[in-house]
Design a protein around this ligand. Structure first.
Ligand SMILES: Nc1ncnc2c1ncn2[C@@H]1O[C@H](COP(=O)(O)OP(=O)(O)OP(=O)(O)O)[C@@H](O)[C@H]1O
Ligand SMILES: [Mg+2]
Length: 378
């Protein structure tokens, strides 16, 4: 795909394979799963690159294996009806209603009285369905998936922000989707979500329908030996240079967290300078923190004084493994381990803090890396 962009470090969406760094192992696994009928559940911290990975995976399998792909981000859906509508609209986007499969799809959903209109600006089809009662809702979801499966071509369906189904008033959604998934012969699914705790509950709790239904994939940070040459190359492609010191600084300052690294690189590139030195990079970091500080002040208002103090302590340490230890509590003048526990739980729930358990420890970090850099100066 040859898409020229002004800035080679996109921060909003996946642009093309050219601007995507590595993830080769993950792409291989996703491809293998799609070719072998294995479903995948994708876990990762926020903003690490889950959606980008799915788009990149689609780019590869559509090109190399001619597998059809369908992606929906259900974050904005509130119930099964909106889920069905989003799925149907995406089917029409891939198989336009005037063409063979699109036409057949329209016929297949006739009992739900589809009304098709076209967006006046973009021309994309917009569907409305008459699915009011709960039985019809379930039936419509089942029929749509059955229709897709009946087309007999391999299809990968990625459902992003999948944890949103736990918010639907229809509490049978998990069981319904799980049972549909079991009946599919040509469709493999990738479930992905940014709410780690909810996603883990959905897929790793033995009492829930999706338990042991998918291969779990954990998406970590991009390695320094991959990110570093990637950054250098993209400055080089635009006939600019960036010093090695700057790159080391960028990857350290953002803790190699994809979104923050991309954003900082984007802003360094946006300076327009043809030769980037460490001092230029540091100036950009300062400017970013200045831009963001209004939001950071808002956070302060929303937290209790104890929570705010704990957040500052976590930021200054960068990574904490023993938040209840006497050393940590006294160093930052926190009240007591019980008080830290309460604040910690609340900050984790609000996703201001991130926690991960490895084979030998559990650690805590401030989730937003720009906030972390700002707090450590407080
Ligand atoms: N491997 C990569 N190389 C370059 N840019 C990437 C890579 N992965 C992700 N990005 C970019 O980083 C930004 C954040 O990635 P993305 O939106 O995919 O993260 P996410 O994990 O889905 O976030 P969220 O938790 O908010 O849904 C996007 O602009 C994306 O294009
Ligand atoms: Mg995402």
């Amino acid at each position: 795909m040859k898409t020229e962009v002004l800035n080679p470090f996109p921060v909003t969406t996946y642009i093309s394979n050219i601007y995507f760094c590595n993830r080769e192992l993950e792409i291989e696994t996703l491809k293998k799963n799609a070719q072998n009928g294995l479903h995948t559940s994708l876990f990762a911290q926020r903003r690490i690159g889950k959606t980008g990975l799915i788009k990149h995976f689609f780019y590869h399998i559509q090109k190399e294996n001619e597998i059809k792909c369908l992606y929906i981000d259900i974050f904005s859906t509130q119930n099964q009806t909106e889920f069905t509508k989003m799925l149907s609209n995406e089917i029409f986007r891939i198989f336009p209603p005037g063409k063979s499969i699109g036409k057949k799809f329209l016929e297949a959903i006739q009992s739900f009285r589809p009304v098709l209109s076209y967006d006046s600006l973009s021309g994309t089809p917009e569907l409305s369905l008459d699915i009011a009662d709960s039985k019809t809702k379930e039936k419509s979801i089942e029929e749509i998936f059955r229709f897709l499966d009946k087309q007999q071509f391999p299809l990968v369906i990625a459902i992003d922000e999948f944890q949103q189904i736990t918010e639907y008033p229809e509490k049978n959604t998990e069981a319904l989707l799980r049972s549909i998934m079991q009946q599919m012969q040509h469709i493999t699914f990738v479930f992905c979500g940014s709410h780690l705790r909810l996603m883990s509950e959905l897929f790793h709790n033995a009492k829930r329908p999706f338990y042991a239904s998918c291969q779990s994939m954990y998406l970590g940070k991009i390695a320094e030996e991959d990110y570093s040459p990637f950054i250098k190359k993209h400055f080089g492609n635009s006939k600019r240079t960036i010093s090695d010191e700057s790159i080391v600084f960028i990857l350290n300052w953002t803790c190699r967290h994809t979104y923050y690294t991309q954003y900082l690189c984007n802003q360094v590139f946006a300076t327009g300078k043809s030769k980037i030195e460490l001092s230029d990079t540091q100036l950009v970091c300062k400017a970013i923190l200045n831009q963001e500080q209004m939001i950071f002040f808002q956070y302060k208002k929303l937290l209790t004084a104890d929570q705010w103090l704990l957040l500052i302590a976590m930021a200054k340490e960068q990574r904490v493994t023993q938040p209840y230890s006497h050393g940590f509590i006294s160093k930052y003048k926190l009240k007591s381990s019980a008080n830290v526990k309460r604040s910690l739980e609340s900050l984790l729930e609000k996703e201001m803090l991130y926690s991960e358990t490895t084979s030998d420890e559990t650690y805590y970090e401030v989730y937003d890396k720009f906030l972390m850099r700002w707090l450590e100066r407080v």
